[in-house]
Write a protein that binds this ligand. Structure first.
Ligand SMILES: N[C@@H](CCC(=O)N[C@@H](CS)C(=O)NCC(=O)O)C(=O)O
Length: 222
């Protein structure tokens, strides 16, 4: 594929939604170009083509795609073996869990931003309820379902990766009561497409982002 035909992923280094698309691109061995922007200073050209002003955004020739779940389905449908089931009911359920994963990304982000202990603990308790639903749903072989990778795995892997980093940094692991989720996380973190889906200094950047915020997590880390 010539460089001109490659999809261009417009990105932000810390964004878990961007990371989902990178995982899918890597898993499917699709050549792509990545272009980072500063979300605090969104460039004019980006604002012109991004209806929500959010990343990821994917340029395919003259066309623009937005929303990570949609980008991932496009990548899936146009490259290799499908990562969603064919059965309409099962496929709808997978899509529902992909949507659910977004709420975990948001809760995790709020955890890193909470300033007061009370707010932090409330977000943590809400997150634990969501994780209990997920534990009930997820398979026991290190993938969302069965023994193979699906778009649900790319959707959750960024959350799982960050949960490990937060546990390492603070000593509090939001997944500790959930055996299958821990197994899923371990397996996701052993995959090349997951490990290579972030920049080399991602851990430092991620940890730095919540130290900059100086929220309750910082107190926990000390
Ligand atoms: N539902 C969107 C969420 C994307 C999203 O929230 N991206 C964040 C960065 S992680 C963003 O671009 N925020 C910029 C803003 O809201 O101004 C998706 O799945 O692509």
């Amino acid at each position: 594929m010539s460089k001109i035909d490659q999809p261009i992923l417009v990105s932000f280094k810390l964004c878990p939604f961007v990371q989902r698309s990178v995982i899918t691109l890597l898993h499917k061995k699709i050549d792509y170009t990545i272009e980072y922007i500063d979300l605090a200073k969104k460039p004019e050209w980006f604002l012109k083509i991004s209806p929500l002003g959010k990343v990821p955004l994917m340029r395919v020739g003259e066309e623009v795609l937005f929303e990570s779940a949609v980008i991932n389905e496009y990548l899936d449908e146009t490259n290799g073996a499908p990562l969603l089931p064919q059965d309409p009911l099962l496929k709808a359920q997978y899509r529902a869990w992909i949507e659910f994963s977004s709420s975990l990304n948001n809760a995790q982000h709020q955890l890193t931003q909470a300033r007061r202990e009370q707010t932090f603990r409330q977000i943590q308790a809400d997150l634990a309820k969501k994780l209990a639903h997920l534990e009930h749903q997820v398979g026991d072989q290190g993938f969302f379902a069965g023994d193979s990778f699906s778009l649900v795995d790319s959707a959750f892997a960024p959350f799982l990766m960050r949960s490990q980093m937060l546990a390492d940094e603070t000593g509090e692991d939001s997944l500790e009561d959930f055996k299958k989720l821990c197994k899923w996380r371990d397996n996701m973190l052993s995959l090349d497409e997951v490990n290579k889906s972030v920049v080399d200094d991602f851990t430092e950047l991620y940890i730095e982002s919540f130290y900059e915020r100086d929220g309750y997590l910082v107190a926990l880390s000390q």
